[in-house]
Design a protein around this ligand. Structure first.
Ligand SMILES: NC(=O)c1ccc[n+]([C@@H]2O[C@H](COP(=O)([O-])OP(=O)(O)OC[C@H]3O[C@@H](n4cnc5c(N)ncnc54)[C@H](OP(=O)(O)O)[C@@H]3O)[C@@H](O)[C@H]2O)c1
Length: 275
């Protein structure tokens, strides 16, 4: 059944220049959304915006580095200037790493990841919230099943997604009275090439550094976009996807009841990933 839940819905998506954010932009454009698309690579962003307009949506491309507080503020301002309101914020932009903590040249790499994945989402939410509260808006946060597994080699990434979880669970309870919903999406592997952009121990993008980890079954970006759109519209609290055929919701139970088993799986990944 075709639904057009996002018709005229003003939606701000961070990290819309590629991958899941790009696919979500196309999904929502097809439903007639008014999109504000943010990322650093402005040419890619302009191309995504043009495609969104072909698909029937409205779209503006806004260059923003969300690790910068001032960019997050300007991003929301420019969205309001373009459309006059904001209904949905999707905190999707993210970066990741693949290195043992003790091997890092500089532990500030962890700070860099926190600044994008957690603080960027927090700042965007801070500036968006007054507008979201005017219209019972929606916030969607793209987290990872890495947050629910035990994933050595990925310390900074997991820390950033844990921070996101704690922050947005507390915020959900604060904003419920204003009718604003917070949806947490814990995604398994999605076929976006994210593994090819992992930061190595020197903080450099190392293509394919852990590509073998991504050999497992992956969700397509389009499928993940449909899932995000539906769950956010329905104001779901929490959504898990599958990992290697296992339903994602089972892993928090595994962590509670069999942490050593999960740790063993994580160490296996680390060995396979050559770090
Ligand atoms: N792929 C997976 O298997 C998977 C699984 C679970 C969760 N996720 C999550 O899904 C989200 C999207 O990842 P993806 O797989 O679609 O990878 P991706 O294609 O690399 O997308 C990441 C997006 O974030 C943007 N970004 C990175 N740093 C930024 C910054 N400082 N300011 C603004 N935008 C920034 C990138 O754009 P620019 O480079 O143009 O700035 C890009 O549009 C991430 O939060 C990731 O943690 C991915």
């Amino acid at each position: 059944m075709v639904t057009h839940s996002y018709h005229n819905n003003v939606t701000l998506i961070t990290g819309a220049s590629s991958g899941i954010g790009e696919a979500l932009a196309y999904e929502l454009a097809g439903q007639g959304a008014c999109l504000a698309l943010a990322a650093r690579r402005v040419e890619s962003l302009e191309a995504v915006a043009a495609r969104c307009r072909e698909l029937g949506g409205q779209a503006v491309a806004i260059r923003a580095d969300i690790s910068q507080q001032t960019d997050c503020e300007r991003l929301v301002q420019e969205t309001i200037e373009a459309y006059g309101r904001l209904d949905t914020l999707v905190n999707n932009a993210g970066i990741t790493m693949w290195a043992r903590f003790s091997d890092l040249n500089d532990p500030a790499l962890i700070e860099q990841i926190m600044k994008v994945n957690f603080l960027g989402a927090m700042y965007c939410t801070y500036y968006a919230l007054p507008y979201l509260q005017q219209h019972e808006g929606r916030i969607a946060n793209i987290s990872s099943m890495a947050d629910k597994l035990i994933t050595p080699g990925n310390t900074g990434y997991v820390a950033s997604k844990h921070a996101m979880e704690g922050f947005f669970e507390a915020l959900r309870a604060e904003v419920a009275e204003a009718g604003v919903s917070v949806t947490m999406l814990y995604l398994g592997f999605v076929d976006t090439g994210f593994a090819g952009r992992m930061l190595d121990k020197e903080g450099k993008v190392s293509s394919g550094i852990a590509a073998q980890l991504w050999q497992t079954k992956q969700m397509s970006p389009a499928d993940s976009a449909r899932l995000i759109a539906r769950a956010t519209y329905q104001r779901k609290r929490t959504v898990y996807t599958h990992v290697d055929g296992w339903p994602g919701w089972i892993f928090p139970w595994f962590k509670l009841l069999m942490p050593r088993y999960l740790e063993k799986i994580g160490k296996g990944f680390m060995d396979a990933g050559g770090i």
